[in-house]
Design a protein around this ligand. Structure first.
Ligand SMILES: [Zn+2]
Length: 112
């Protein structure tokens, strides 16, 4: 009985890893496009508003989040203004007035 060529067995995990990378990248791209389309300026300095109306700046990278539970355009995370754990959503680009930016000077922990 002929032995299976080694290459095919070694190629398997790498292929699976690449597929996972493509899947994650695709999800991030899709979510970014979705957020942008809805008028949200997401990125390293995203102005968000919590359920209680507090404004602060956070890092909002679609697909990548260590400190928040994400539910589409809403996230559950700590609000540094009200010092509570609550749901936050990004402020739409159209609503980003100077006043809003000023109010959102407070930045939470600089991890995504
Ligand atoms: Zn708050």
């Amino acid at each position: 009985m002929p032995k299976k060529p080694r290459a095919s067995r070694e190629g398997q995990p790498k292929k699976r890893f690449l597929r996972a990378v493509v899947l994650v990248a695709g999800t991030i791209a899709l979510e970014t496009a979705y957020m942008r389309k809805r008028g949200y300026a997401v990125g390293l300095k995203t102005v968000v508003r919590c359920r209680a109306g507090h404004l602060f700046t956070t890092i909002w990278i679609p697909g990548a989040s260590l400190k928040a539970v994400r539910l589409g355009t809403v996230r559950l995370q700590y609000c540094p203004v009200g010092r509570h754990f609550t749901s936050v959503r990004p402020v739409k680009e159209a609503e980003l007035t100077d006043e809003v930016r000023e109010a959102a000077q407070q930045h939470d922990a600089r991890i995504p």
